[in-house]
Design a binder for this molecule. Structure first.
Ligand code: SAH
Ligand code: SF4
Length: 385
């Protein structure tokens, strides 16, 4: 309770807008709306601020030395540039870093930085707290959806990682954080507006500047949103397939009952921008005795005929209470060999960060949906504090 009252003291009567999660257009509009910048100058001023925030990573308006002193003061009066709190930071034996981030009171998400993937390093970000889907092999799936993240909260995960890697104001190729994958908690296509805004911010050339070709969105197969995802984000697509027949996929990825494999493959064929240079990644989790037979490897090859595809075999990452086991290594290699012979190269994804539960599908936070009555009570306490 004491913490709640402290928070009330620290929080202005009306919560200030955090500029660091707005797109350029939203940023310009916010400046005008707050009366800080006249409309004709808003675009230019927004560009300046955007660069300070997203290229230099500043969190204090005072550091924006090319903005007039009075404007800086007016900005500080009307807005904030705060980062969320890192509740916990864990580093795996293999260098993987996992951040538990409190984006709002009681709302915690995980993001994972994985070194040496692609050219340099990837950050796996969450799009929701929990998930509405219940894929049976996924730890996140056991956490009910608390809520969608905002674009600002998605971008904040990248900002936190860049702070930790000490990687602001770095151009070019030798960056430690070069790729973003939406493979953390949640189903990105159930939160497409925020995901699209976040991608717009993260890919902006004058900011964090991670190109859209290095941003991958993974979905369990929300077919009706695929077209919009491609058109709005031009991101690379990854599909959580995991089975080659509907009977099994219905069990592993229950969303399959709504959009079956044939419907999914048809949707993927129409994904905007798909080509041999821009292939779709098919993720396939290796579950012992469930989906790992040579026949299924051959079925997978058949299924993907004519689709510009890469295949990613993911050794199952166990979590407390799961009924599944990871396939034996020899079984995974036999499966991979069949794919190799069909022309798919190096399809096995090395598990990273397993010792800190940071690997695919192991993410889960303690956040639970707070009942509306409890929220109202907390709000009343805050107001009276
Ligand atoms: N909801 C989206 C993105 C997050 S899951 C999706 O389902 O695609 C990211 C990837 O991790 C998915 O391919 C998912 O199927 C896989 N995954 C989930 N649990 C896993 C586990 N325990 N071991 C290995 N991979 C897992
Ligand atoms: Fe949700 Fe993806 Fe996990 Fe399925 S695999 S429960 S869609 S996070």
């Amino acid at each position: 309770m004491g913490a709640t009252l402290d928070l009330a003291r620290a929080t202005p009567a009306v919560a200030a807008v955090n500029l660091s999660g707005l797109t350029r257009g939203q940023l310009a509009a916010a400046l005008v709306e707050a009366g800080v910048v006249p409309a004709p100058k808003a675009k230019m001023r927004a560009g300046q601020i955007f660069r300070w925030v997203h290229f230099r990573g500043v969190t204090d308006f005072e550091q924006m030395t090319d903005v007039a002193k009075e404007t800086r003061a007016a900005l500080a009066e009307a807005f904030v540039l705060t980062r969320p709190e890192i509740v916990e930071r864990q580093v795996s034996r293999d260098g993987t870093r996992k951040y538990l981030i409190r984006v709002a009171p009681g709302i915690e998400v995980e993001a994972v930085y994985i070194p040496d993937v692609g050219r340099v390093g990837a950050l796996c970000v969450s799009s929701q707290v929990g998930c509405t889907l219940n894929c049976t092999f996924c730890h996140t799936g056991t956490q009910a959806l608390v809520r969608n993240l905002t674009a600002a909260e998605i971008v904040a995960q990248v900002q936190v990682a860049k702070d930790d890697l000490d990687e602001w104001a770095v151009d070019g190729e030798d960056r430690k954080l070069s790729n973003i994958v939406f493979m953390g908690m949640g189903e990105p296509l159930y939160n497409l507006d925020a995901v699209a805004d976040a991608i717009e911010i993260i890919s902006d050339n004058e900011g964090i500047a991670i190109s859209r070709r290095r941003i991958t969105v993974s979905t369990s197969g929300v077919v009706p949103q695929l077209q919009a995802l491609g058109e709005r984000t031009q991101a690379m697509l990854a599909i959580s397939l995991h089975a080659t027949n509907d009977a099994l996929r219905d069990v592993l990825v229950p969303l399959n009952k709504k959009y079956d494999i044939a419907t999914l493959i048809e949707g993927i064929r129409n994904y905007p921008g798909i080509s041999n240079a821009r292939r779709v990644t098919f993720e396939y989790v290796m579950l012992k005795g469930v989906n790992d037979s040579p026949d299924e490897a051959r079925a997978l090859v058949q299924l993907l005929k004519g689709v510009p595809a890469k295949i990613n075999l993911i050794p199952f990452n166990p979590w407390p209470g799961t009924q599944y086991e990871c396939s034996d290594w020899a079984t995974i290699e036999r499966f991979a060999a069949i794919l190799n012979r069909a022309g798919y190269s190096s399809p096995i994804r090395t598990p990273r960060g397993r010792d800190i539960l940071a690997a695919c599908g192991q993410l889960k936070s303690e956040s639970e949906k707070v009942r509306a009555s409890v929220r109202r009570r907390d709000a009343a306490v805050l107001a009276s504090g």
